[in-house]
Design a protein around this ligand. Structure first.
Ligand code: PEP
Ligand code: MG
Length: 572
């Protein structure tokens, strides 16, 4: 019988190898939302129905925030807190209620219309808002489903009761968080991106995630599938030969994992015994809990923005002091690299306001926000210096472009020290470092590294600013290639500057979560990395089995000028 095997290609957002059964998930389509006219005397009832549905949606979201906090999944709780803010937007509520009253339509119809207007404007306006369009759609669906209790559905009898590969046109954060973790083998989607909120959550399940796959007409419910999350491939109804090959690969991968389990407590090193620093990226004090059972080399990036975003007012100096002290104490002598607020763009606490900007990605962010919120930065720096008395804290200046930015932060640190002396509060001097995440900082790295103690390479922003392609924007996702030749060139410059100036460079962007790139990173000379706490074990395991990259391959990589050449080197 001829083989029915199909090989579909997509983009890997989380690696791994699995074999299993496909389960298609389809969202309830907007055109299934009931639309009907109501009499004037039913308006009151419709408003009551609306209030009840919103209340129900709010309860579900609160449960989700609670669940994600319990799982120390800061991304999830951050995303759902933002959704809650959309849900509680009084302007949106008034719009819906007015539509019911003036157009005499049912509540679902009014919700649909009011949200669609917002969604369309986000989609059409600044590209930066496209992620907000997804989030708004997710909130709309949650309210609509609260009326009927219906949401999307699994299209096959496997449902969610046994482990399955979830195949869906697109994922939403609510869909991912509602999945029973133990029953998910992988996520395959048509739409998506490396940094969309749903992908970030799906990745935290530690299963393969592939997006950009042509699902329609290619995968049916209960099809047998092999997911090669190392190479972004999906084999549908694989032939015997492929199945045998992958069964062997999966067995080898599991053996590798077993070796790593035994060596879990050891510091991370390569097969040849070269010591590699593997640190954690965290955003909430609670995440320190995740690190208790593993070996790690400190907190390589404490993104402090979330401590501000989740509050209704900026945390005071004392509140921050207590949080930073807690993290420093939990780290038990290991370095904690505390990044001063990188606010602006999508990371903006609701109580802080900036003038309207046409292009926020290129506007007030990181170092530039200092002028606008000096008092907040001063309180934060004082809190960090005080907490340093209780642990090994270093401070990191975000989004600097040149020496001027660095000098402004240094001046801030010096003002913080003077204030603490005046106030007779105990503090400690700390090493000062920078994020190298703008092309300018990369190109000037030789000069600027002379003026700081260490640096982190922020590949997420470095890539978006080098390629002029926003992170998480599906329209330019293909251009935001995480191993772009231009990034490689900039990394060469940064690493050479680091070596000349004998300063530690720690790679802390998402790129450091991809184990397959480590032979290259090591050959480039990077020895320090910081990744999400949940990724440390996986990377450590791969390092233990790492084969050296041949010098000729390294040279080939440096000489590569197209994305395709780079992809070929990494076997994609
Ligand atoms: C980066 O830009 O690579 C980085 C680590 O910073 P963030 O993702 O917080 O912008
Ligand atoms: Mg950044």
């Amino acid at each position: 019988m001829p083989s029915r095997m199909k090989i579909l290609k997509g983009q890997t957002a989380s690696p791994g190898l699995v074999m299993g059964m496909a389960c298609l998930y389809s969202e309830k389509e907007a055109d299934q939302v009931p639309h009907y006219a109501v009499d004037k005397d039913r308006v009151e009832t419709e408003i009551l129905r609306l209030n009840e549905a919103i209340e129900k949606a709010r309860d579900t979201m609160k449960d989700m925030i609670k669940a994600s906090r319990e799982l120390f999944d800061k991304r999830a709780s951050e995303i759902f807190s933002a959704h809650l803010m959309i849900l509680d937007d009084p302007v949106l509520y008034d719009k819906i209620a007015t539509l019911i009253k003036t157009k005499l339509i049912n509540a679902e119809h009014a919700v649909d219309d009011a949200f669609e207007e917002y969604i369309r404007s986000y989609e059409m306006s600044d590209l930066h808002f496209s992620e907000l369009a997804h989030d708004t759609m997710d909130v709309k669906n949650r309210i609509i489903f609260s009326f009927s209790g219906l949401s999307g559905r699994f299209e096959c009898p496997t449902g969610e009761r046994q482990p399955v590969v979830i195949v869906s046109k697109r994922l939403t954060p609510s869909l991912v968080i509602a999945m029973p973790k133990k029953n998910i083998l992988a996520f395959i989607t048509e739409e998506g991106g490396f940094t969309t909120h749903a992908t970030i959550l799906a990745r935290s399940y530690n299963v393969p995630v592939i997006f950009g796959v042509d699902i329609e007409d290619n995968i049916n419910c209960a099809d047998r599938v092999i997911i090669d999350g190392f190479h972004g491939k999906v084999f549908v109804e694989p032939d015997k030969k492929t199945e045998k090959l992958y069964a062997k690969k999966i067995e080898e991968l599991n053996k590798k994992k077993a070796v790593c389990e035994v060596r879990k407590e050891e510091p991370s090193q390569t097969k040849k015994g070269a010591r590699i620093k593997l640190k954690a990226n965290i955003s909430l004090p609670g995440e320190m809990e995740l690190l208790k059972s593993i070996h790690y080399d400190g907190v390589g990036l404490l993104r402090t923005e979330f401590l501000f975003i989740e509050k209704e007012l900026p945390p005071t100096e004392d509140e921050q002091f207590r949080m930073y002290r807690h993290i420093a104490e939990e780290a038990d002598g290991r370095e904690v690299t505390l990044r001063l607020l990188d606010i602006g763009c999508d990371k903006m606490p609701g109580y802080l306001h900036l003038p309207p900007q046409d292009n926020p990605d290129l506007g007030i962010r990181g170092a530039r926000a200092l002028d606008f919120f000096y008092g907040i930065y001063l309180a934060q720096t004082k809190a960090a210096l005080r907490a340093a008395k209780h642990g090994n804290i270093r401070i990191l200046f975000p989004m600097v472009s040149d020496l001027n930015d660095i000098n402004e932060f240094k001046d801030l640190a010096s003002k913080a020290r003077s204030a603490l002396k005046r106030e007779k509060k105990a503090f400690k001097e700390v090493p000062q470092g920078i994020m190298i995440e703008t092309p300018s900082a990369a190109l000037l790295s030789d000069v600027i590294l002379k003026n700081v103690d260490f640096a982190n390479i922020g590949s997420n922003d470095l890539l978006q600013y080098t390629l002029a392609a926003s992170r998480g924007n599906p329209t330019v996702e293909r251009r935001y290639h995480i191993m772009h030749p231009a990034l490689i060139k900039l990394m060469e410059i940064i690493v050479a500057s680091g070596k000349r100036n004998k300063k530690e460079l720690c790679l802390c962007g998402e790129i450091a979560s991809f184990a397959e790139f480590y032979p290259f990173f090591l050959s480039l000379g990077i020895e320090s990395f910081s990744v999400a706490a949940s990724k440390i074990d996986h990377i450590k395991c791969d390092l233990l089995h790492l084969k050296r990259i041949s010098p000729s391959l390294t040279n080939k990589l440096y000489r590569s000028v197209t994305i395709e050449e780079i992809d070929r080197i990494f076997g994609k």
